[in-house]
Design a binder for this molecule. Sequence first.
Ligand code: NAD
Length: 478
Amino acid sequence: MEQQDFSAMHTEMRRFFATGATLDAAFRKAKLRGLAAAIRRREGDIMAALHDDLAKPPCEAYITEIVETLDAAEYYAARAAAFSRPRRVWPGRTILPAFCKVYPEPFGLALVLSPWNYPFQLSLIPLICAVAAGNCVVLKPSRESPATGRILQQLVEECFDSGHCRVVLDAPGAPGAAPEQTATALLSEAWDFIFYTGSPRVGHIIMESAARHLTPVCLELGGKSPVIVTEDADLAVAARRIAWGKMLNAGQTCVAPDYLLADAAILEELVERIREEFARQLGPDPIHSPDYGRIVSHAAFDRLCGLAERCGVGLIADRELLKIAPVIFRTDFASPALEDEIFGPLLPAIPYDCLDAALAYIRANPKPLACYLFTRNKGIEKRVLRELSFGGGCINDVALQASSSRLPFGGVGKSGMGRYHGCAGFDLFSNLKSVVHQWPTLDLPLRYPPYGKGRLRWLRRLLGDWSRRSPPGRGGWR
Ligand code: NAD
């Protein structure tokens, strides 16, 4: 099958961007408010699509997809103008009396490639950030969540000009078609920014494509996110929250607890409590619980069953319904469950005799997207925050760091690069243009040669002295 050609769309969008319409903060605000209103109007359809794609229970869809997206749209609509304003920066002693400002400006055309697991919010929140910053956007949702893809296309068509924002869906699977031909064709165009959420494997492909045009990228990837539980933790609360974080979207959450490291003294009790929580929250028949989602595809289902088999763990599963009941099992560091990101409702639990060993294991592996710690010990809390590097996390909870429209979100190392949400999301899609404003006539002769005798002494007295007194961090930064 021939590769799709997106060059006409690209040209139309470049033309729209060149009109300067998106530079007007009031225009962006109106578009984002319009999008929020459309999401409210279509809430039922969105929930139905999420149910079609992943059997998401309406409450879960509401909390993890709809509210977060609405919150982001409202947040950026309210702040688009303020974030766009020039920001004063203290010039530092070397260029006084000039003054400095940073002028945020949109990059231009942004490409957003989103995954299937939270197909609504992980598509629209990056789009919202890009629009707030004044960009034009092409969004390509995952073909694994086609119903949500269609709703996204309708919403974007309803709320934006075709030159401003577009949703491109995968062409229906023609026999022999390359599996990612739409994404591949899009990536062959020259974008001003690429925002990608998905697996580290595809992250490599995206970065290589971006390198051809030296396009900046944000990569929101995954990995193995540990949860550490110390001896003094409140086990009832820890068990409830860990079980909830693992069951959410049937474990197909990038910030889900991937594996559990618990003090050997409390591991057995914690494992038992988590098992009880699975049963309490989903009832005796989790496969048929209306409060529990499904695995995205047969391929993912088979992968998870294969992993369980290699770990010697029995599953309650139904291939026709694509459902796997959540399961926790005790294991050790040599387990196959510790090889790749699990991305499903299997939770390996490993005991540690001393915290040093647990922290050393995490440090020896790629930096995780998320890390969770359940403890009442402030010393341990400080130690974990100081000694471990990870994208974000929670103390005494799980997954919530991804839910705030204000807290910057992203990975580090193999779990990603770049951050969005909050002002970081606006800045991510902006070129922060740094400008020195010099006085037109005031012209200190000190910098010009001939320097002559004594100039160095003067410079030292003037600049060296100031270096001891200059105020730290002055300026208009948020
Ligand atoms: P994926 O990488 O398979 O797909 C994501 C997007 O990339 C889709 O739009 C897809 O069309 C596109 N894509 C896939 N293969 C491609 C290729 N060869 N060339 C170009 N584009 C291609 O990811 P997924 O399976 O949908 O998501 C699961 C992974 O994403 C997990 O690792 C998870 O941890 C991670 N994830 C991370 C975050 C985060 O915010 N950091 C959020 C959700 C998921």
